[in-house]
Design a protein around this ligand. Structure first.
Ligand code: DC
Length: 231
């Protein structure tokens, strides 16, 4: 079977990473969480005083330091997920915490940051056999990807999933608050000036509002086999 590139884009809290990871595991492909790369740059900016008190990113300074930011992803069999190394330090846990989550959308809006991340992502896909998830993978990073999937689910369903996840972790939040933030993020992702979230014309739409991960996997494996037979 020929190795292919699988690009998965879509709204936040749609289960893109879970799905991408499951596909990669089934095929023995490398899974790349492109959001984690933007989060790593954000963590670097926060640690180096490149975010002002009002949340503004000091763009010129950050762009000047980009060559000093080394990001590597390595699969960790114990965690069943990729570890992210920022200049050699494993920062996987920190990338999920509030300070990073609160500033990453501003950092990922910067054209020069995107240019650099896209170049790194394209390099990672040079030998194919990857599944990458993000917002611009099928449109900008790999417009030639053999299989593109655009994921969505009803905002209230995504909010409920996120709510249950948080409850399970012992965090407190109301469903209304979470739904508001899900809708807010959709709005930001769709309307930003650089690489807004768009479905590539040749991407297949996957609305997983009422699908389990197993059902989604069965659906995608059939499409992957079809693609591999075509090429
Ligand atoms: O998927 P995530 O929540 O980890 O993404 C974190 C942020 O990075 C989010 O604000 C969207 C942005 N992002 C992006 O602009 N382009 C990507 N390819 C992936 C994520």
């Amino acid at each position: 079977m020929k190795d292919i590139i699988i690009a998965i884009d879509g709204y936040s809290s749609c289960g893109k990473s879970t799905f991408a990871k499951a596909i990669a595991a089934a095929l023995g492909y490398t899974f790349i969480d492109s959001g984690a790369m933007y989060r790593a740059v954000t963590l670097y900016a926060l640690r180096h005083g490149l975010v002002a008190g009002d949340g503004r990113v000091l763009e010129r300074q950050l762009v000047a330091t980009l060559p000093r930011i080394d990001i590597r992803l390595a699969y960790s069999p114990e965690r069943g997920a990729s570890d992210v190394f920022l200049n050699g330090e494993n920062v996987s846990e920190e990338l999920r915490l509030t300070p990073v989550a609160g500033h990453v959308s501003r950092v990922s809006e910067l054209a020069e940051v995107r240019r650099r991340m896209v170049a790194m992502q394209q390099e990672m896909g040079r030998r194919k056999a990857i599944v990458m998830d993000g917002r611009d993978i099928g449109t900008v990073v790999f417009p030639q990807a053999e299989l593109k999937i655009f994921m969505t689910a009803a905002p209230e369903i995504r909010a409920m999933r996120r709510y249950q996840e948080l409850l399970a972790k012992g965090a407190s939040a109301t469903l209304e608050e979470i739904e508001r933030s899900v809708r807010q993020r959709d709005e930001t992702d769709e309307n930003r000036a650089v690489s807004p979230l768009r479905k590539a014309p040749d991407a297949v739409l996957l609305d997983n509002s009422h699908l389990s991960v197993g059902e989604q996997l069965a659906w995608v494996m059939q499409r992957i086999r079809q693609k591999q037979e075509e090429i």
